[in-house]
Ligand binder design. Structure first.
Ligand SMILES: Cc1cc2nc3c(=O)[nH]c(=O)nc-3n(C[C@H](O)[C@H](O)[C@H](O)COP(=O)(O)O)c2cc1C
Length: 417
């Protein structure tokens, strides 16, 4: 086994030299500004997320974006057709600017803060809303943008006129060589390569870029090896950042020694004080056993998602709340949850409360931290902390987890004091 630790390596992004640890974006405000800022203070890269920023801004900065949208569309609440429910682009812009600028003003240290931007948040006007979100984040001084949850074939074109287009760091998350090749081909016209590529394997948290029935046939190391070999053959120089199931510093070193530029990690930080999940939910993550974690198809985005099977949002048959939220509505104002909900209502006309098992109302449940998405190795979190006499587990500081990744050797995990 190697005697190296992550700190023996550096991530080079342009003229920046960083600790090669990136904390991945976790929506809706699970990867908080506080968590991202800790990563930056410690010399690495943190992510905030741009998922549902109007509601995040209401909670954090006392704005009233959700109330205003609901007021405007209240007449439509009982209507099954949501195509009229549009976002006010000015409000999205304001929410993004607010969250990004407040975060960047608080930044200390040598590291960077990026924003995770999901293409699948289609918001009933995919192109227009994504354009506003990306440009507002650049305006507000974000260090970089990670393009996530989608192929992003047209995303660079949406920001190529921005004065920071060439100076901000821009990366993409892919789960296969094919997706990377497609992204490079479709965006070549902009004359700009991504500054980094996160290669996310099937053990990650959140949505997966693999099929529901075949994710277990893939492994991160093979995908990374294939991508590194192709880039070398093509003489393309882009830092590659593996993600998904990298649980210890030694796991990270394995990738760094094979040519990765950094690693992206998330699950171990879900039980940090700085993570946005409620403390009781963090205890659920720590308590989980392997059998308590599943990959299912209930996300209306169409991507499989990994989560704890006791997530309160599973099976919940709440009325779609698109007039307040509506982030998953596609370009025709449709969402798979609305269809599933309407089907169940029609099948049980007299029921006061219905159950919907095949899809979930992702906006409302994510907003309320009721879908507990998690990485495959969540069941190992109990090995990273101590249990108190009352049975509860100690939460960790983000600094503790970050430094454990940075300095640990031989597969060891440092427990808190
Ligand atoms: C709770 C949670 C929420 C996540 N949400 C997102 C997200 O909103 N967007 C995204 O691109 N990735 C998301 N991810 C994936 C992470 O950013 C990261 O790439 C991955 O989980 C790394 O693997 P690990 O959790 O095994 O360390 C999420 C992961 C977790 C654990």
């Amino acid at each position: 086994m190697t005697t190296k630790c992550v700190d023996d390596f550096r991530l080079k992004l342009g003229d920046m030299e960083l600790v090669p640890i990136m904390i991945g974006g976790m929506g809706v405000d699970i990867s908080t500004a506080e968590l991202a800022l800790e990563a930056a203070r410690l010399g690495g890269v943190g992510h905030i997320s741009d998922a549902m920023l109007p509601t995040v801004a209401d909670r954090r900065y006392d704005t009233k974006f959700v109330k205003e949208k609901l007021k405007q569309y209240k007449y439509n609440v009982a209507n099954t057709d949501k195509s009229e429910v549009k976002f006010n682009l000015g409000q999205i812009e304001e929410a993004t600017r607010l969250h990004v600028s407040r975060t960047m003003e608080a930044k200390r240290g040598e590291g960077m803060v990026f924003i995770n931007c999901m293409e699948k948040l289609t918001m009933n006007a995919p192109k227009e809303t994504l354009k506003v979100r990306l440009n507002a984040a650049l305006d507000a001084g974000i260090d970089g943008i990670t393009l996530a949850a989608g192929l992003h074939l047209g995303s660079l074109a949406l920001i190529e006129e921005h004065r920071r287009f060439r100076d901000a760091k821009i990366g993409i998350i892919v789960s296969s060589l094919r997706a990377l090749q497609l992204f490079l081909r479709k965006n070549s016209r902009t004359g700009r390569l991504p500054d980094y590529v996160v290669v996310e394997g099937p053990l990650a948290g959140g949505h997966l870029g693999f099929g529901l029935d075949d994710w277990m046939k893939y492994d991160l190391a093979s995908i990374v090896t294939e991508i590194l070999a192709w880039l070398k053959a093509e003489q393309i120089d882009i830092p590659i950042i593996p993600a998904g199931g990298i649980f210890t510093g030694s796991d990270a070193v394995n990738f760094l020694e094979r040519g990765a530029a950094a690693v992206q990690v998330a699950t171990r930080f879900t039980i940090s004080n700085e993570c946005g999940l409620p403390d009781e939910t963090k205890q659920e993550y720590i308590k989980a056993d392997e059998k308590d974690i599943e990959v299912n198809a209930i996300s209306p985005t169409g991507y499989p998602m990994r989560m704890l099977i006791n997530s309160p949002g599973i099976g919940s048959g709440i009325r779609p709340n698109c007039e307040a939220y509506g982030y998953i509505l596609d370009s025709n104002g449709k969402c798979a949850y609305i269809e599933a909900y309407n089907r169940e209502v029609a099948a049980h006309p007299d029921a006061k409360k219905i159950k919907v098992w095949d899809k979930t109302c992702l906006c409302t449940h994510f907003r309320n931290f009721d879908i507990w998405t998690c990485g495959h190795y969540t069941y190992r979190l109990k090995d990273t902390t101590r249990q108190a006499e009352d049975g509860s587990y100690h939460l960790l500081s983000a600094e503790h987890v970050f430094k454990d990744y940075q300095f640990s050797k031989e597969g060891k995990i440092l427990l808190p004091e």
